[in-house]
Design a protein around this ligand. Structure first.
Ligand code: ZN
Length: 332
C-alpha cells in the first residue's frame, strides 16, 4: 500500500502545531524530491560487528533476554553521542512487557482509538497486517523486533538563541520538511512537538536508518528487522566544537505530546508484531562506529514509560466498556 494514501484525506493545513496530541498529519505539501548525500556502506571490523549490545548474526538478536537487550539498547546518550553509565533498571512498564504479548491491546480497541485520533480507514486496516521481516522481507526471517528512537537534530540554530517556544514554533514543527516526493524518507514515522504523527513508510516496509544495519558485512540481512521513529528536536551549536555543529539539544528534549504519540506508535507496531517490540536508541546501535549520530538527546525514559502505561490503561478501559456493552446487549 502506498503510505501517502494514508496521509491524504483530511486537511490539516496550518493547524498542525495547534492540534491535540495523537492526531495524524494529512495532506501537507511535500518538501519535494529528497536528495541525501550518498555514503557507501561501511565495512565493520572487530567489535563493531557485534556492536555495543553484542548482536548475534545467527539469531538476529542482541545478547540476553528482551529486557536485557532493551536495558542495553536504551543506555543513556550524552552530548556528542557519548554513552553515559548503563541503566540500573528499566522502568517497570517496559521491563515487564518487552518481548512478550502481556497487555497488548485488543485490535478492536486500538482501531477505535486510532479512529478517534483522526486516522483514516486505510491506516486502521494496517493493524491486521504483519510488520516487515529481516533479510529484506523474507517471510521466513525474524519479524521486525526493534523500534529505534531518533531525534531529527533539525533545524539547527547554531549560535542563535532558541525560538521562544520550540513546541509551538511552526518552522520547527513543520512535518512536510521530512516528506519526500520520491518516497525516501529516512524513517517510518516522524512525530512533531505537538504530537502530530507523519507516517512515511508503513511498518511492513523494510527500511534502514543506521550505519550498523546498513554495513556491507551484513548485506540485506538486517533490512526489515528494525522500525524507525524520528522525534522532532531542534539543535544549537555546542561551544568549542565549531560554529556549525549541532550537539546542543534543548532541555527537556521532547514534549509530553511527543511521548504520548510515541507510545501510540510503539503500541501499534507491537500489536502488529504480536509482542512488545524492543526499544533502542540510534546512538547506542551505532556505538563504536566513526561519525556515528548522537541521537536521541535528553530522552526521558520514565516519561515515555508513563505515557505507555496511560495508553495501555485507556485501551483496557475501552475494552472493558465494549465488553460490558455487548454483555448487556446479549441480556436484553
Ligand atoms: Zn538517528
Amino acid at each position: 500500500m502506498n503510505p501517502r494514501r494514508i496521509v491524504s484525506g483530511i486537511v490539516v493545513g496550518a493547524s498542525i502545531a495547534a492540534c491535540a496530541s495523537f492526531a495524524f498529519a494529512h495532506e501537507f505539501s511535500s518538501a519535494g524530491k529528497c536528495t541525501f548525500a550518498k555514503r557507501p556502506p561501511l565495512v565493520l571490523k572487530g567489535d563493531q560487528i557485534q556492536g555495543f549490545c553484542k548482536f548475534d548474526h545467527d539469531t538476529q538478536s542482541f545478547a540476553g533476554s528482551p529486557a536485557d537487550q532493551a536495558r542495553c539498547l536504551l543506555n543513556p546518550v550524552e552530548p556528542v553521542g557519548r554513552l553515559g553509565p548503563p541503566l540500573d533498571a528499566l522502568p517497570a512498564s517496559i521491563a515487564e512487557r518487552v518481548g512478550k504479548s502481556v497487555d497488548l491491546p485488543a485490535q478492536a480497541a486500538l482501531a477505535a482509538l486510532l479512529r478517534d485520533r483522526g486516522a483514516t480507514e486505510d491506516l486502521v486496516a494496517t493493524l491486521a497486517q504483519p510488520v516487515s521481516h529481516a533479510h529484506d522481507n523474507d517471510p521466513l526471517s525474524r519479524p521486525a523486533t526493534y523500534m529505534v528512537f531518533h531525534d531529527t537534530s533539525t533545524p539547527n540554530y547554531r549560535t542563535q538563541p532558541w525560538p521562544v517556544s520550540i513546541d509551538d514554533d511552526p518552522k520547527i514543527n513543520n512535518l512536510s520538511r521530512y516528506e519526500c516526493s520520491n518516497d525516501i524518507e529516512r524513517a517510518h514515522v516522524f512525530i512533531n512537538r505537538g504530537g502530530k504523527i507523519f507516517l512515511a513508510h508503513d511498518f511492513s516496509v523494510p527500511w534502514r536508518a543506521t550505519k550498523f544495519e546498513s554495513a556491507k558485512n551484513f548485506g540485506s540481512a538486517l533490512k526489515g528487522l528494525f522500525l524507525h521513529v524520528e522525534l522532532i528536536q531542534p539543535r544549537r551549536a555546542l561551544k568549542s566544537y565549531g560554529r556549525r555543529n549541532d550537539f546542543l539539544a534543548p532541555t527537556p528534549g521532547f514534549s509530553q505530546a511527543q511521548y504520548d504519540s510515541l507510545a501510540l506508535v510503539y503500541t501499534v507496531a507491537s500489536r502488529r508484531a504480536g509482542f512488545w517490540m524492543i526499544p533502542a536508541f540510534h546512538s547506542v546501535l551505532d556505538e563504536g562506529i566513526r561519525n556515528k549520530h548522537d541521537d536521541p538527546q535528553n530522552f526521558d525514559l520514565a516519561q515515555f514509560a508513563q505515557s505507555l502505561d496511560a495508553l495501555i490503561g485507556e485501551l483496557r478501559t475501552r475494552t472493558a466498556a465494549a465488553d460490558a456493552e455487548s454483555q448487556s446487549r446479549k441480556s436484553d
